[in-house]
Write a protein that binds this ligand. Structure first.
Ligand code: PBG
Length: 367
């Protein structure tokens, strides 16, 4: 056995012996792999947590949180047309795809080991109205996309967004009357939208609107038509967040007036998130979600302690854009920051993470 002493007190002579064979700065695996003797322990130093960090093998063995491609859900933007792939300037390496190219992208995603995608549509302006009528057109962009996806890749889970904003001439998640967002009238439309998505083949419908009582109405509408196995991924604790900016660029869906603070949650509240989650569970949610993720890790953690349902977190567009922008400047190591960030979400308690980094992360995590 070869014992390499990089630098330290020689156990026998107790004199400082710099190594002659290995340079001082070397921290190679070979150097790590061998236990280097040190001075006889003194001073009552019993606890040495560094023992468990000594080598990569050991660190892997005692690692508490392991991120895998199966944890990730890839959000995808879809638009009309053929052979079209449009860049989203504020989200580098994210695109809006026409249906044909969406299928190719979904195939690539599936081959990377990612199990699910979440679809968001870019709707042309002439189809938008205050009531979001196009949202429940069975021949609309999303139902067509879902049918094509499920036919081409039956095992890839397809999650559809239930909300009016991409379809709303007002850019709001609900029907607007005198500057107010109507709750119950909106919920009735959301239930129709969810039903059309289920009929098209969606595996999960995901209400992201934050209207009160929508999970119950959607569950009832689905069950009444026999769609008992279509799940509900509820955006339960969705905050009124400035981190959604790039997403609204991608879908051209920014509110035409005001903000979303009368329906999305106040960033300062965490107990209220538990209340929202409890309601959604009672109403029939299968998975509950916290959104955004990075600035809300405490909320993810609290919700995880509160429920046995799977918890999802949405690593939103603004969180993605910040990492991309800093990396483009050469200010951070993109891959390392991406993996550290996603791991923090899983460590906080997220079982599933929606992230625009899904493909990059799946690639980076390949053995
Ligand atoms: C709207 C919706 C939003 C996002 C997902 N669904 C934006 C909003 O609430 O205004 C944001 C996702 C992201 O920023 O990545 N129903």
């Amino acid at each position: 056995m070869i014992i390499i002493i990089i630098a330290g007190f020689h156990p026998m002579s107790s004199t400082f012996t710099p190594s002659t064979s290995v340079p001082l700065q070397a921290t190679t695996d070979a150097a790590e792999a061998t236990v280097a003797p040190s001075a006889p322990a003194g001073g009552g130093q019993v606890h040495r947590p560094r023992r468990l960090r000594r080598t990569g093998t050991l660190r892997r063995m005692v690692r508490e949180t392991v991120l895998t491609a199966a944890d990730l859900i890839y959000p995808l933007f879809v638009m009309e047309g053929e052979g079209q792939k449009e860049a989203v300037p504020s989200m580098p390496n994210c695109f809006r795809y026409s249906l044909d190219l969406l299928l190719e992208e979904a195939k690539a995603v599936w081959e990377l080991g990612i199990g699910a995608i979440a679809l968001f549509p870019l709707i042309s302006h002439h189809l938008k109205d205050n009531a979001g009528t196009e949202s429940y057109n069975p021949e609309g962009l999303i139902p067509r996309a879902v049918r094509a996806l499920k036919q081409a890749l039956p095992d890839l889970l397809v999650i559809t967004d239930v909300a009016l904003d991409p379809y709303s001439s007002e850019g709001h998640d609900g029907i607007v009357q005198n500057g107010h967002i109507l709750n119950d009238e909106t919920v009735a439309v959301l239930a129709k939208q969810a039903l059309v998505q289920a009929e098209a083949g969606a595996d999960f419908v995901a209400p992201s609107d934050m209207m009160d009582g929508r999970v119950r109405e959607i569950r009832q509408a689905l069950d009444a038509e026999g769609w008992i196995n279509v799940g509900i991924l509820a955006y339960s604790a969705k905050y009124a967040s400035a981190y959604y900016g790039p997403f609204r660029d991608a879908l051209d869906s920014a509110p035409k007036f005001g903000d979303k603070k009368t329906y999305q949650m106040d960033a300062a509240n965490a107990r209220e998130a538990i209340k929202e989650v409890e309601l959604d569970i009672k109403e029939g949610a299968d998975i509950v979600m916290v959104k955004p993720a990075l600035a809300y890790l405490d909320v993810i953690c609290r919700i995880k302690q509160h429920t046995n349902l799977p918890v999802a977190a949405y690593n939103v567009s603004g969180e993605y854009a910040m990492v991309k922008a800093a990396a483009q400047q050469g200010w951070i190591d993109e891959k390392a920051v991406m993996l550290e960030t996603l791991t923090s979400m899983k460590r906080a308690g997220a079982d599933l993470i929606l992230t625009y980094f899904a493909k990059d992360a799946a690639l980076a995590l390949r053995p």
